[in-house]
Write a protein that binds this ligand. Structure first.
Ligand code: PSU
Ligand code: MN
Length: 305
């Protein structure tokens, strides 16, 4: 086992018995939502996964250890510290681990922790992607490269239109990452079910997705896949309202020269402020919905095929 990895006893036992496990990220806790909703959401997500018959494994770096399976106290601490906890993607891991620091893991680094532990299913809210204007800034989330290389299935509600959705899908195609729509042929835009872009394949049940995962890895095709799970209809945001907030947040980010790893948290925070908390309600709803699907998928995947 990796010398920097700590797997909690519950997660370890589940993995040893080949039982379903669902990985969960911690940047969404520390940087994605305000306290105390972040902690409440993280705990509720774990319960949803449990209810589906799978073991939740929230991942973060604490005191330089890559922790797979956090305690209630760990989640509370991360949520309270919020943005004071360093956002850790792949390139940040050597520094945080070697210096014994705490870090909130993004989709990329959570996939790395999950893969080290042997977890194949991971639920999040939204993944990073190609930013608008990336032709000049080259701001492309490391999440996409991770999906290209690391064998984990990521359930997300699509990507927000703070990103260039079309270019994100082009990039994933180049990198050989399958994008599957759960009961949809349209790739969802996080707050809304529609984006105007199609997924590669619509898949209507978890058994078929589990079969596809087994086939991909049995062929020796490296890397992950995306299961795009649209936000439930009644929790969608008004398209005009959310797009206006996103456009304004993007303008402000440009004016203030926000870039690099600060870009995504800044945009998410401004969108939330501009929609006066409505976006937070949608965000929590879609995360719950993803946790449910991830639990079901992990159960189907562990059942083998
Ligand atoms: N998109 C969201 N919510 C999030 C993130 C993205 O809708 O919380 C977080 C995830 O942790 C994701 C990270 O992995 O932001 C991407 O950051 P960057 O664009 O800096 O790679
Ligand atoms: Mn970036």
């Amino acid at each position: 086992m990796n010398q920097f990895l700590d797997i909690s006893p519950l997660v370890k036992k589940a993995l040893e018995n080949n039982e379903p496990v669902v990985a969960l990220e911690s940047t969404i806790i520390a940087h994605g939502m305000p306290y105390p909703q972040n902690v409440e959401t993280a705990r509720a997500v774990e319960k949803i996964v449990l209810n589906e018959g799978a073991t939740p494994a929230t991942i973060a770096i604490l005191g330089g250890r890559i922790k797979v399976g956090l305690s209630d106290t760990d989640i509370e601490t991360l949520g309270k510290k919020g943005r004071a906890v360093i956002k850790v993607s792949r390139r940040d891991m050597p520094y945080i681990v070697s210096q014994g620091l705490d870090g909130a893991t993004t989709v990329a680094s959570t996939m790395i922790g999950a893969a080290m532990a042997g977890i194949k299913v991971f639920a999040t809210g939204g993944i990073g992607g190609v930013h608008r204007g990336a032709g000049e800034t080259m701001d492309i989330s490391a999440d996409l490269q991770e999906l290209a290389h690391t064998p984990v299935a990521v359930i997300s509600a699509g990507v927000k239109s703070i990103l260039d959705i079309g270019l994100t899908l082009e990039y994933l195609e180049t990198q050989g990452v399958p994008v599957l729509g759960y009961q949809t042929k349209e790739f969802p835009a996080f707050y809304t079910r529609r984006s105007g872009f199609n997924v590669d394949y619509q898949m209507d049940d978890v058994a078929s997705i589990a079969k596809l995962m087994h086939a991909k890895w049995a062929m020796g095709l490296r890397g992950g896949l995306i299961i795009a799970n649209p936000i439930p209809t009644h929790q969608q945001m008004d398209e005009v309202v959310i797009n206006a907030a996103i456009d304004r947040a993007l303008r402000e980010a440009k004016e203030q020269g926000i870039h690099g790893k600060e870009s995504t948290p800044f945009l998410l925070g401004r969108v939330k402020e501009l929609t006066e908390g409505d976006s937070l309600v949608s965000n929590i709803g879609l995360v719950f919905n993803n946790a449910r699907l991830a639990g079901e998928l992990a159960v189907a995947f562990a059942g083998g095929d």
